[in-house]
Design a protein around this ligand. Structure first.
Ligand SMILES: [Zn+2]
Ligand SMILES: [Zn+2]
Length: 124
């Protein structure tokens, strides 16, 4: 599979017992349908998440959102759709409308994990 951002070949990278396709150049990660949640749980367990929440990265995200709409799915080459993770996280991920896999730009996986951790702390 090719990275939809920089067209490099994606390499398999292990997250505990999960294997994800990751771009070594931009750090983007491809999650097949249903893979995002288990991967985020692994990240939460290992604790390898930056201290800052997702909000600090919001400003930087704005300029790339137009790019997001034109990213092709690395698995089936269909168009992906930009969506706001958990509706109000302001972390914009790309979901393939055909295979329902999710593309995360470099760093977005950690943003998602940080967002979930922050919100679960607030709930409890
Ligand atoms: Zn890349
Ligand atoms: Zn797809």
């Amino acid at each position: 599979m090719q990275c939809p951002v920089c067209e490099e070949e994606l390499a398999l990278r292990s997250y505990a017992d999960l294997k994800l396709d990751q771009c070594g150049t931009c750090g983007g990660v491809w999650c097949d349908r249903g893979e995002l949640q288990p991967v985020v749980h692994v990240l939460l367990k290992t604790g390898n998440i930056p201290a800052e929440g997702a909000s600090t990265l919001h400003a930087a995200r704005q300029e790339v959102d137009t790019d997001d709409r034109t990213k092709p799915c690395p698995r089936c080459q269909q168009m992906t759709e930009s969506f706001n993770f958990a509706y109000d996280s302001n972390i914009y991920l790309n979901r393939c409308l055909a295979c329902e896999g999710i593309w995360l730009d470099g760093g977005e996986l950690r943003q998602v994990a940080a967002f979930i951790r922050k919100n679960s702390f607030e709930d409890s």
